[in-house]
Design a protein around this ligand. Structure first.
Ligand code: GLN
Ligand code: ZN
Length: 761
């Protein structure tokens, strides 16, 4: 009998209950007991749902109050010295101090956070020290295991394996790989495995997600070594080795060679690897088939999934199969049934986490009892798949024609950068070191309230428009009195830089409750790209034109770039991402052309997610970068030479993709640099980045107001390496999370700094 399993479930609850609990705890409105009770309820509900859906091996330990990597760092005793010695009231306070910093009595920064593989989930980067000692601290983990067993007897503990755990962290004060600590760490895992066996766990999920990456020999050896050492401690438990987000490729033989009783395959990313896996699977091993997409929102094509599972059953017998989602469902919204915003047709094409559980159960039943045993579910599924395949909303001939007409010329500006630069100088007449901002200004309570009132129908469209115009006018006047050179309208009409466009473009659906955890209590609600993308009317022109009408200074039009829109949406899976990106790029191109016609001379196309879309495997990266760059160029090249195109990037290491950033051929790029003290600029200098640059001169992530002297210091560093004529002065990123008083103080200091640097030349 094949077994229905699951790798992990969303942690927030169907109505983001955990988010509310956490935020109330942080505000001091509830105590630790209420938080822990509330969290236990969310966990129990999750287990209940999974058990009821027919999942036999319900995951436990996939839950976290903030982040599972942080949880594992703590479970192996790796609390960095600063947090260990600080006087904090409780374990929980220490935990949150590591996760998000603390200013209660002690001043502790948050630990570093970074993206979990190629997802939009962020984990806390463990800090290892060269004299690192480990000890097992798994009491609460074991309590959860026992609680889960009450609901589901075969509950499956999820363990982050030692090799991935070490490699996800950083060894401070050393250039060596964190794997030098492996032998010190393994005894802790031995202790854990013994306890899990004693607790009666028949299966343990052994996450080693690094198997999805390019691995060097040291890492491969570490995987072999760790499991050989630990195999003496398995006791009555068996391990299912899991990785996801990529095919195993050349790591596949290694995975099956390890002393594990099952290997999981992400068959959504790589269905082709099943064949090779069937050749490598040992007779004593199970295969875990990841057939349901754990990180996108589409209904599984059950006929296809069952056929794939049947081919595996024919080869090794259904009794050696686990049926699963491709990865943890952490990356899916919770429940489609609570969705009220998406129309019924599109809704019928979707599956959120709870619906995915049903899909796993249906596939399992079909394998065990024959497809007839699930005939109604299969029929319904086939009808939904066919409705999606043939819907005119997914195939818009006009869009297809426009994409087909894209020529190499559409990807090139009319003239080269030098010519454009001189035309733009004649038109814009900006001083040296022009000052500007990245786009958004404070989204105050009043702005959010007005948007909510408009959504509820309490404010008419006309009243809302007038409100936005008056906010914009105030914003323009403030920028004028601050003395900024290139102004922005302030983005008050935008809830989110991607959702705002998703709401207006054809081919997008925006959900009401499709939240996915991004980090800690923060959730995002990615729009869903289900069909061909079409722009019916201008999306940003009226607001930009209105702002420009208020002032003689240039107002910058603000657009989100095609790659960022793609990366921060759920993307259709019935055509290559590249094609969807091209359609979005065409829509943005039309918008840019309309902005130009409306008299906007400077247009910024933000691409903060360009680096984020980079595939995990080196082999795939050049292909992605080529089409991503082309998409930006398609979006930005429809305008005349004298229209200045800006782009903006943040939150990333740019150096490894610098050639691609240069290939965007934006006239001006603004980047986040202040926290690295302009160090990031070095790469741009080394690479001889040819166009204009605005290295961020202050960190907008903190309420701290920098002095103009500090900013003069940073700018002087920049002038040392980049010709003055190519430098701009701006903050690191948009200002929407800040308050007006600090924004005005910081920008006034920034303008002063620019004036001073001008006078020094
Ligand atoms: N224009 C956007 C803003 O200012 C850019 C945001 C971003 O880079 N993430 O908010
Ligand atoms: Zn930014």
């Amino acid at each position: 009998m094949a077994i229905a399993t699951n790798l992990g479930f969303p942690r927030m609850g169907a109505n983001r209950e955990l988010k509310r609990l956490l935020e109330r705890y942080w505000q001091g409105k509830i105590g630790a007991e209420a938080l822990n009770e509330g969290a236990a309820e969310v966990r129990a509900t999750n287990w209940q749902w999974q058990a009821e859906a027919g999942i036999t091996q319900v995951p436990v330990g996939d839950f976290s109050l903030y982040d599972h990597v942080l949880d594992w760092a703590i479970r192996v005793g790796a609390v960095p010295a600063a947090y260990r010695t600080a006087k904090l009231v409780s374990h929980l306070d220490r935990y949150f101090a590591m996760a998000r910093g603390s200013q209660q009595g002690v001043d502790l920064p948050a630990m570093e956070m970074t993206k979990w593989f190629n997802t939009n989930y962020h984990y806390i980067v463990p800090e290892w020290s060269t004299d690192q000692e480990f000890h097992l601290d798994a009491e609460s983990f074991l309590k959860q295991v026992i609680a889960a067993q009450q609901i589901s007897a075969d509950a499956r503990p999820v363990v982050l394996g030692p090799v991935s755990l070490l490699l996800l962290g950083k060894l401070k004060g050393s250039n060596e790989s964190p794997l030098v600590l492996l032998d010190r760490l393994l005894p802790v895992y031995e202790g854990l495995l013994q306890q899990l066996s004693e607790a009666g766990c028949t299966w343990v999920q052994w996450d080693e997600p690094v198997l999805a990456l390019d691995l060097d020999d040291e890492a491969k050896q570490a995987l072999r070594h760790s499991l050989n050492v630990l195999s003496g401690s398995f006791g009555k438990s068996q391990l299912v080795l899991t990785s996801y987000f990529e095919s195993l490729r050349e790591n596949l033989p290694l995975a099956f060679e390890l002393p594990v009783a099952a290997v999981h395959l992400d068959l959504v990313c790589g269905p082709e690897q099943l064949r090779e896996a069937l050749q490598h699977v040992r007779e004593d091993q199970f295969l875990s088939l990841g057939l349901v997409d754990g990180r996108n929102v589409w209904r599984t094509n059950l006929t296809k999934a069952i056929a794939l599972a049947e081919s595996a059953a024919a080869a090794i017998g259904s009794e050696r199969l686990f049926i699963a989602a491709s990865c943890s469902l952490l990356h899916s919204p919770v429940d489609l049934a609570t969705e009220t915003e998406i129309d019924n047709e599109v809704k019928s094409w979707l599956a959120f986490a709870r619906q995915k559980l049903d899909e796993i159960a249906t596939i399992t039943k079909a394998i065990n009892n024959g497809p007839d045993s699930v005939a109604p579910a299969l029929q319904q599924n086939a009808a939904a798949i066919e409705s999606r395949r043939s819907s005119i909303r997914t195939h818009n001939p006009a869009v297809r024609d426009r994409v087909a007409a894209v020529s190499p010329e559409s990807l090139r500006r009319q003239s080269n950068y030098e010519k454009r630069q001189s035309r733009q100088r004649d038109r814009l007449k900006l001083p040296l070191f022009p000052t500007t901002t990245i786009g958004s200004f404070p989204q105050t309570g009043a702005v959010r309230q007005a948007r909510a009132a408009f959504r509820k129908g309490e404010l008419s469209a006309e009243e809302y428009r007038q409100f936005l115009q008056s906010e914009t006018e105030v914003c323009i006047r403030r920028q004028e009195s601050l003395g900024l050179d290139v102004l922005v309208h302030g983005e008050f009409e935008r809830n989110d830089m991607v959702e705002y466009f998703g709401e207006q473009l054809e081919g997008f659906a925006v959900s009401k409750n499709g939240w996915v955890q991004s980090y800690g209590s923060r959730c995002v609600k990615p729009p869903i790209i289900f069909g061909d993308v079409d722009r019916l009317t201008p999306m940003t022109v009226p607001m930009a034109a209105y702002a420009q009408s208020l002032t003689d200074r240039p107002v910058k039009g603000m657009l989100t770039g095609p790659v960022t829109i793609l990366c921060w949406s759920f993307v259709r899976d019935d055509q290559p991402r590249q094609e969807t990106c091209q359609q979005v790029a065409l829509a943005i191109r039309e918008e840019a052309i309309d902005l130009e016609r409306a008299g906007i001379g400077v247009i910024q196309i933000d691409e903060p997610a360009l680096r984020e879309g980079l595939p995990l495997r080196k082999f795939d990266q050049p292909g992605y970068l080529a089409w991503a760059v082309d998409a930006f160029r398609l979006a930005s090249s429809g305008v005349k030479d004298e229209t200045q195109i800006h782009t903006h990037m943040c939150y990333c290491e740019f150096n490894e993709i610098l050639p691609s950033i240069a290939a965007l051929d934006a006239d001006v790029i603004s980047i986040e640099t202040s926290r690295s003290q302009m160090e990031l600029l070095e790469g741009f200098v080394e690479f001889r980045y040819p166009n204009e640059i605005g290295p961020g001169v202050y960190d907008i992530h903190s309420p701290r107001v920098p002095s103009s002297r500090e900013m003069v210091g940073l700018l002087s560093k920049a002038v040392d390496v980049i010709p003055a004529r190519r430098l701009w002065v701006n903050p690191d990123c948009g200002l929407k999370t800040r308050g007006w008083p600090e924004v005005e103080a910081a920008l006034s200091a920034m303008v002063e700094a620019a004036q001073e640097v001008r006078s020094l030349l």
